[in-house]
Design a protein around this ligand. Structure first.
Ligand code: SAH
Length: 225
């Protein structure tokens, strides 16, 4: 899988993809993540990527031309399954969306900034808009990083233990049961006896019950699959 991220702040991606699972996925060549500086496609001598909004008002708007040039340069190299604009009013991301994209070939993620991008970008250049939640961030970079992380960990082969992603919260319409590790007794706070019993079947049953209980309490609307 290949994910191309278009941004005016490429430095913001130095952290999130250089550690842990996403980095390992890159090392194993299961994903290629490329960051593109939209400013490199600006045409005027000041490398302008934003301008004042028509009609007045506060905040700058990202211009269409550098964005189109950046998208077209990438499209000239390969076909894309989706060109996504990260946007607070886009389709709300959830685990099933992450599953959907984890099987795709090439995806582009466009990050807005300031007041967002010129509406004509949204009308003509992208195929979908995705939000990571009903709140407003300063830019699409953190949203693109969240999207990428949630998708990449689901690409087959990325997680060492294949069953690990399957037992995550939301994956089967249930929240995960509680987990514990050593010590079994910490200042009198004890791990449930059953987890120390060695009875695999009883443990599996206990975990399933805790999952159901947690889902009922915390996500009553969620339907087990
Ligand atoms: N004025 C716009 C918000 C612009 S926020 C509005 O009210 O809709 C600046 C940029 O941050 C956006 O262009 C978008 O790319 C990104 N962004 C902000 N919140 C986001 C969210 N919840 N999900 C995805 N992207 C978001």
């Amino acid at each position: 899988m290949r994910i191309d991220i278009l941004t005016i702040f490429p430095e913001m991606f130095e952290g999130p993809f250089s550690h842990s699972i996403v980095k390992r996925a890159g090392d194993k060549e299961l994903v290629k993540i490329k960051i593109h500086d939209i400013r490199a496609h600006a045409t005027d001598k000041h490398r302008r990527v934003d301008d004042y909004p028509f009609g007045g008002g506060a905040g700058m708007v990202m211009m269409i031309e550098p964005i189109e040039r950046c998208i077209n340069a990438l499209k000239a190299e390969r076909a894309y399954d989706e060109v996504i604009y990260m946007s607070p009013d886009g389709d709300l991301m959830d685990q099933s969306m992450a599953n959907h994209y984890s099987t795709k070939g090439n995806i582009m993620l466009l990050c807005g900034h300031y007041k967002g991008v010129d509406e004509r970008v949204r009308d003509h250049l992208i195929t979908r808009e995705v939000s990571i939640g009903d709140y407003v961030l300063s830019g699409g970079e953190l949203a693109a990083a969240v999207f990428t992380d949630a998708v990449v960990r689901l690409i087959p082969g990325v997680l060492g233990d294949e069953t690990s992603a399957l037992s995550d919260s939301f994956q089967d319409g249930l929240l995960s049961p509680p987990v514990y590790t050593r010590p079994a007794d910490y200042k009198g706070w004890k791990v449930p006896d059953i987890l120390l019993s060695g009875h695999d079947r009883n443990i599996a049953e206990w975990r399933h019950e805790r999952s159901l209980e947690r889902t009922r309490e915390r996500r009553p609307g969620m339907q087990p699959e």
